[in-house]
Design a protein around this ligand. Structure first.
Ligand code: NI
Length: 169
């Protein structure tokens, strides 16, 4: 089932999500829905709060369906190591039509649980590193705009407020 993507302004996006403790069929169904919703929205990553569910679950596919092995499910992820720095244009499905350069570590290791609750570690660089950080941020109630300068962030928030007022958000 495709869920609508929650947009900036909805408080669920700025709350720390709850730890997942039950690994059952309902969780599998939710993860399938998250991939489906992410692909429908043309994204390469999606966190559960973005479909209004405050649980620590994220899905990533930086290949966008090209490589079945690129599908990544992160449950209760934690960043355990970062290295280097890389600046690239970044966007978010919950903040549509905006992009900004964001500087983040270039190599990242995450520790997470899989669909069965088994703990694993994953290391990625460049786009995957960015996705791991971006999605883990979401689960901590943090959006990529928090990494921008106050000036850029305020400008963006002003534009979004205008769009909300005009009923275009
Ligand atoms: Ni996002």
């Amino acid at each position: 089932m495709i869920h609508p993507i929650v947009k900036y302004g909805n408080p669920v996006l700025e709350k720390s999500a709850d730890t997942v403790t039950v690994f059952d069929d309902e969780l599998q169904k939710l993860i399938d829905d998250m991939f489906e919703s992410m692909y429908a929205a043309h994204g390469v990553g999606l966190a559960a709060p973005q479909i209004g569910i405050g649980r620590r679950i994220a899905v990533i596919d930086i290949s966008f369906k090209e490589d079945p092995n690129a599908k990544l499910v992160l449950i209760n992820p934690e960043i355990i190591h970062t290295e280097g720095k890389h600046t690239q244009s970044e966007g978010c499905l919950s903040i549509p039509d905006f992009r900004e350069n964001v500087t983040r570590p270039n190599k990242v290791s995450v520790r997470a649980q899989d669909i069965h609750g088994k703990v694993f570690e994953k290391t990625g660089d460049e786009l995957l590193a960015r996705a791991l950080l971006h999605e883990t941020d979401h689960l901590n109630g943090k959006l990529y705009i928090s990494h921008l300068s106050a000036l850029k962030r305020d400008l963006m928030k002003r534009k979004i407020r205008k769009l909300i007022k005009a009923g275009e958000w």
